[in-house]
Design a protein around this ligand. Structure first.
Ligand code: NCD
Length: 293
């Protein structure tokens, strides 16, 4: 694997190898500690991020790389530098791998074309966020022991979510059944999954309730009464199957798609997802590093 731009490039064996590698790293295998020794990784974030950028940077450092990071606030972009010039400038500093986030779907492909470097997609518009879906898979395997045969309900602003874009490829490839739930204008025009008429119906049946933030920066708005209709609150969390879990990629909007009780309660894997981000990104970067050497 040279770049990781979309999850459509990942077969089931490739996904399973990355998940296993991430779990090995998470459970104390330090065998990759020098996978990127002497190399540099650049993070180029043209859109805000907390979890993704920090965990990529930590992952790169844990593999022995130096990190150079660009983020839009405080950069020369405010002096009128074009995005292409910004990308070429960072690439000229010699990083082997570029981690890119942008509000336009397809921008990471463009970066790969401009620079010829290995590119990892850290989220492009509403299209894909491959390492998020991977870390979610790692979290499920570590928490529930498997993905094959699970029913996952993806709830909320599916249409504008790049996380959903990647989950809708990765989870069925790994044998999970997906159900989508949300107001009609939040569901994609074309998809191959079943749609739940209301949240109570899926809450009672699913093994995983995966909530999404309303993507206001992509023109979405939830309107009044969203939390009542589509929010996961304490009553709904109590109605879930005994072993069922709650997931969310963050940032969470408390009182909109999820209540405090559901976000902070015993079923919530939200902070496990964050914790698994580092070993998952280490597995991705180390796998790419092997193909470069
Ligand atoms: C997501 C993103 O940026 O796509 N966050 C993340 O990377 N964990 C989800 C979101 O912003 O809603």
């Amino acid at each position: 694997m040279k770049s990781l731009i979309t999850t459509s490039q990942l077969t089931r064996p490739a996904l399973e190898a990355l998940i296993e590698r991430a779990i090995r790293v998470a459970e104390g295998g330090d065998q990759d500690a020098v996978a990127l020794a002497g190399a540099a990784v650049a993070t180029l974030f043209f859109e805000p991020s907390t979890r993704t950028r920090l965990s990529f940077e930590l992952a790169a450092r844990r593999l022995g790389a130096d990190v150079v990071s660009f983020d839009l606030a405080g950069s020369s972009a405010s002096k009128g530098e074009s995005e292409r010039d910004t990308v070429l400038t960072l690439a000229a500093m010699g990083p082997q791998i570029l981690v890119v986030r942008h509000s336009t779907g397809g921008f990471p492909d463009q970066v790969e074309e401009w620079t010829g470097r290995a590119v990892v997609n850290g989220g492009d518009g509403s299209r894909e966020h491959p390492t998020q879906a991977l870390l979610d898979a790692v979290t499920l395997v570590r928490s529930l022991g498997r993905i094959d045969g699970l029913t996952m309900a993806i709830v909320g602003d599916v249409a504008h979510s790049r996380v959903a874009g990647s989950l809708m490829r990765v989870m069925p490839t790994l044998g999970a059944e997906l159900v989508l739930a949300g107001p009609r204008h939040f569901l994609p025009d074309h998809h191959e999954f079943s749609v739940a008429g209301d949240l109570d119906e899926v809450v009672a049946a699913a093994d995983v309730i995966y909530l999404l933030r309303v993507q206001r920066e992509r023109g979405a708005s939830e309107g009044k009464g969203y939390h009542r209709s589509w929010g996961l609150d304490a009553r709904r969390a109590a109605a879930m199957r005994p072993h069922a879990v709650i997931m969310h990629p963050g940032p969470i909007n408390r009182g909109v798609e999820i209540s405090d009780e559901a976000a902070d309660g015993p079923r919530s894997l939200i902070l496990d997802q964050v914790a698994n981000g580092v070993p998952t990104r280490m597995a991705v970067l180390a796998t790419i590093a092997e193909s470069l050497s």
